[in-house]
Ligand binder design. Structure first.
Ligand SMILES: [Zn+2]
Length: 266
């Protein structure tokens, strides 16, 4: 328990990160004609979207869908290290082996770095890549009852793993998982069937992502100061902000989870 991975920390993309990226891409590209596209993934190396108009950029959980007026969708996923950068098209582009896709119009250039997924597919077939997702925490069609129903459908599963499973609800990553479980006093290993109030857990997750969707620095404590933003995530061996107990860290499934043994007794 608590191997080297526990010490490794970088801000991970979660639903709020993708929501913000989609908004910036929409502002830069939507309603304008692409003058350049450059896919640096083997499967789409010769795909050229120049001349098409972007109609919208839609976040779905941790997936991002950029649609064009002729029925194509650029589907991307940030995975662990991906990010998007929007810059004026007139500026010089700094080349990097990390670039996976470039979409530009006369004014703006959107560059996707280290994206875990980049593919182009017919918009009509988006279901193929996002159809498995549970209710989207930041989606206009957010459905809390359905998210609760899906979580409860597998009562033996640990709370931590169930929250990360995007088929239950879409948008939660490792940080929110650790933080909501702390705030609800639920040990990460507790089976979903033994959680008293799954509704409250889901509703808190929704509020937390929603409150952070416009913020660059994710904060779950309400404290914007650097290093004060989380209750337990990234705080291995530090004193719990609530009770002073040493925060623990361990791998659960294949992900790191943080918890306070006193505030999350079982
Ligand atoms: Zn505590």
């Amino acid at each position: 328990m608590g191997g080297a991975a526990c010490g490794m920390l970088r801000p991970m993309p979660e639903g709020d990160t993708v929501w913000r990226a989609a908004r910036h891409i929409r502002d830069a590209l939507a309603g304008r004609v692409l003058t350049r596209s450059d896919f640096r993934v083997p499967r789409f190396a010769v795909t050229d979207l120049a001349g098409r108009s972007v109609t919208e950029a839609v976040p779905r959980g941790k997936h991002l869908l950029i649609r064009t007026d002729d029925g194509l969708t650029v589907h991307t996923h940030l995975k662990m290290e991906g990010r998007w950068r929007i810059t004026p098209a007139s500026g010089r582009l700094r080349e990097s082996y990390r670039i996976r896709v470039i979409l530009a119009n006369a004014e703006w250039r959107a560059v996707g770095y280290q994206l875990g997924i980049v593919e182009v597919l017919p918009t009509a077939q988006e279901d193929r890549v996002t159809g498995h997702l549970g209710p989207d925490l930041l989606g206009p069609d957010w459905d809390q009852a359905e998210a609760v129903r899906r979580l409860r459908a597998d009562p033996e599963r640990s709370a931590a793993e169930a929250l990360l499973d995007q088929r239950n609800l879409a948008g939660i990553g490792n940080v929110y998982k650790s933080e909501v479980l702390f705030l609800r006093g639920i040990r990460p290993w507790r089976p979903v069937g033994k959680i008293h109030d799954v509704d409250a857990l889901v509703s808190l997750s929704h509020r937390m992502l929603d409150a952070n969707k416009d913020r660059v620095n994710r904060v779950t404590t309400g404290d914007q100061r650097s290093g004060h933003g989380t209750w337990v995530y990234g705080r291995r061996d530090r004193p719990c902000r609530r009770c002073g107990t040493r925060i623990r860290c361990a791998e659960l499934g294949d992900r790191i989870t943080y918890w306070c043994p006193s505030c999350q007794p079982d």
